[in-house]
Write a protein that binds this ligand. Structure first.
Ligand code: DMJ
Length: 575
């Protein structure tokens, strides 16, 4: 799948920014419609998909292709463009892509060095960051302007309203750039922006969605884990993982507590839009961007909450064979129907599998692969879905398909991949870029950091040493798989999903039939005073109308009570 997207991009679109999978050609900035921010916030004529995909090539072990792509970037990519772009998008997609590829190309311990490479990607990254810096120049609060012209700086007419995620998700890339170049300025401005937002949190410790960068007033006061705020939280936690500064963890913990108390619904499955000052419900939809949140919860160590939240998106996906941009949980229907091949649900699935090894998550991955291939694959690449209900396609393949969606899918199934086994402090950024930081960069001249970032309750699936924080799952099929838990049915009902057929799971996700000898066991039922049958076996779970035997390796047995008109007794079926 990856090469279907990548080869077609290189063949039909490169050196343009994106592939049009229907027209089989390339797409760059929209010069005819400068206000088309859907395109111009992201595309600016710098071969974006190429830059965004570099580290995926390394992650997939495609060293020759990685080297070739890096050479292409060095020889042909320039950010000296008369285009107004969003600093958030350029930061996560381009700066993150360049930094990741630079570290891979230059650090021998990672096994992807490129002969003759002289740090050109780092120089390009710094050139790009310098072009983004005007966004921080004339702000009274320290919160940056959302957009800059890469050639001429911030236009005089530029809006002073920015979203929280846009202004507060810069620290990983800017921090790494500072430490690699020795220029602390990038990290300082990103940190200042983060603090400026944080200092404007409500008494409930919640942040709003849109803020005026000059007055510091909130414009849109809905708090959520979704669009407009999402990666702010992600960067607090990942900044702690990467830089080791406990301040970020404390901020994350305060935010997390507030989210769990006010944004999460009392049932524990949905993360909603609530007013940042009162906690009152402001909308009845959740968005597909917020599907990243269970992944962050895994990283933080709250596996129980992660499993539940993920099940909501799993059931929405099963209902529509993709994730609609917004789903109304009150009406149990689609609110906004497009799906531009986003990664968030797959990202969380990946984190959950790394943490639990529950084959259920491999089956989720299999479902996603089938749906992507069935619904979005065209001869020239993969197309966005315009409406998940009708399957109408749109002629766009965003760069995150190759940088994130297919990277996480690959890492989900390539269980022994070297990037899954790494035991050092690194993160995947919000664009899925692999970003490590060597230990000697953990201290800077003006700030002191503890040498190693490790919080005792923080589970990082990439840290082998922290695995003891969570149970090891058995390698054989076991009824403890989330597929068979009541939570799965609950989440299914929550989104009005009537498709309840979960395929049988196989050990470690292998599609082989389990071979097990004939087993027998005895269970004693005792009648209590009210004539009800009681059992004492821990292997039996009471379900509506009968019992379910569990924890029997390789065997599922269902015991159902027969109605008296059918003769009574129990019906035993093999499942
Ligand atoms: C990506 O660019 C990143 O994942 C970002 O954090 C959110 N939007 C897209 C994917 O949906």
């Amino acid at each position: 799948m990856f090469f279907h997207g990548w080869d077609n991009y290189i063949r039909f679109a490169y050196p343009e920014d994106e592939l049009n999978p229907m027209l089989c050609n390339g797409r760059g900035s929209d010069k005819l419609k400068p206000d088309n921010i859907n395109i111009n916030d992201i595309l600016g004529d710098y071969s974006l998909t190429l830059v965004d995909t570099l580290d995926t090539l390394a992650v997939m072990g495609e060293q020759k292709e990685f080297e070739k792509a890096v050479r292409r970037v060095i020889d042909q990519v320039s950010f000296h463009q008369d285009n107004k772009v969003q600093i958030f998008e350029l930061n996560i997609r381009a700066l993150g892509g360049l930094l990741s590829a630079h570290v891979l190309a230059s650090d021998p311990s990672l096994g992807h060095t490129i002969p003759g490479y002289k740090g050109e990607l780092l120089a390009l990254a710094q050139d790009l960051a310098d072009r983004l810096m005007p966004a921080f120049q004339y702000t009274k609060t320290g919160i940056p302007f959302p957009r800059v012209n890469l050639k001429y700086g911030v236009p005089k007419t530029e809006t002073v309203e920015t979203c929280t995620a846009g202004a507060g998700s810069l620290l990983l890339e800017f921090g790494v750039l500072s430490r690699l170049t020795g220029n602390p300025h990038y990290e300082q401005v990103a940190k200042r922006a983060l603090h400026a937002l944080w200092n404007r949190r409500s008494d409930l410790n919640l942040l709003g969605n849109v803020i005026n960068i000059q007055t510091g007033q909130w414009i849109h006061t809905a708090s959520s884990t979704g669009a407009g705020i999402d990666s702010y939280f992600e960067y607090l936690l990942k900044a702690y993982v990467l830089f080791g500064d406990p301040e970020y963890l404390e901020m994350f913990e305060e935010s997390y507590e507030a989210i769990m108390q006010h944004v999460r619904d009392p049932g524990g499955y949905l993360y909603r839009n609530v007013h940042m000052s009162t906690g009152a419900l402001m909308a009845t939809w959740i968005d597909s961007l917020s599907a990243f949140w269970p992944g962050v919860q895994v990283l933080y160590g709250d596996l129980d909450a992660a499993v539940k939240g993920h099940l909501v998106f799993y059931n929405i996906w099963r209902k529509y064979h993709a994730l609609p941009e917004r789903f109304d949980f009150y009406r149990k229907t689609v609110d906004i129907g497009f799906y531009p091949l986003r990664p968030e649900f797959i990202e969380s699935t990946y984190y959950l599998y790394r943490a639990t090894r529950d084959p259920f998550y491999l089956h989720v991955g299999e479902m996603v692969i089938e749906d992507l291939n069935n619904r979005t694959r065209l001869p020239c690449g993969f197309a966005s879905i315009g409406d998940v209900r009708t399957g109408r396609l749109e002629d766009r393949m965003e760069s995150f398909l190759l940088s994130e969606t297919l990277k996480y899918l690959y890492l989900l199934f390539d269980t022994d991949n070297e990037f899954n086994a790494m035991d050092s402090n690194f993160v995947f950024t919000t664009e899925g870029h692999f970003l490590p930081l060597a230990t000697h960069h953990l201290t800077t001249s003006n700030t002191s950091y503890p040498l190693y970032a490790q919080h005792t309750t923080c589970y990082n699936p990439h840290f082998k040493s922290s695995l003891h924080h969570y149970i090891q799952h058995p390698h054989s099929i076991d009824m403890s798989s989330i597929a068979y838990q009541p939570e799965t049915d609950y989440a299914s009902a929550l989104v009005g999903n009537t498709k309840n057929t979960i395929k049988d799971l196989y050990p470690s996700g292998q599609c082989t039939s389990p071979t097990a000898g004939i087993q027998s066991f005895d269970i004693t039922f005792n009648s209590n005073r009210r004539g009800r049958y009681r059992h004492t076996s821990p292997k039996l779970m009471e379900v509506v109308g009968g019992f379910l035997a569990k924890s029997l390796s390789g065997l599922k047995v269902e015991i159902t009570k027969r109605p008296s008109r059918a003769g009574g007794g129990y019906q035993v079926t093999r499942g």
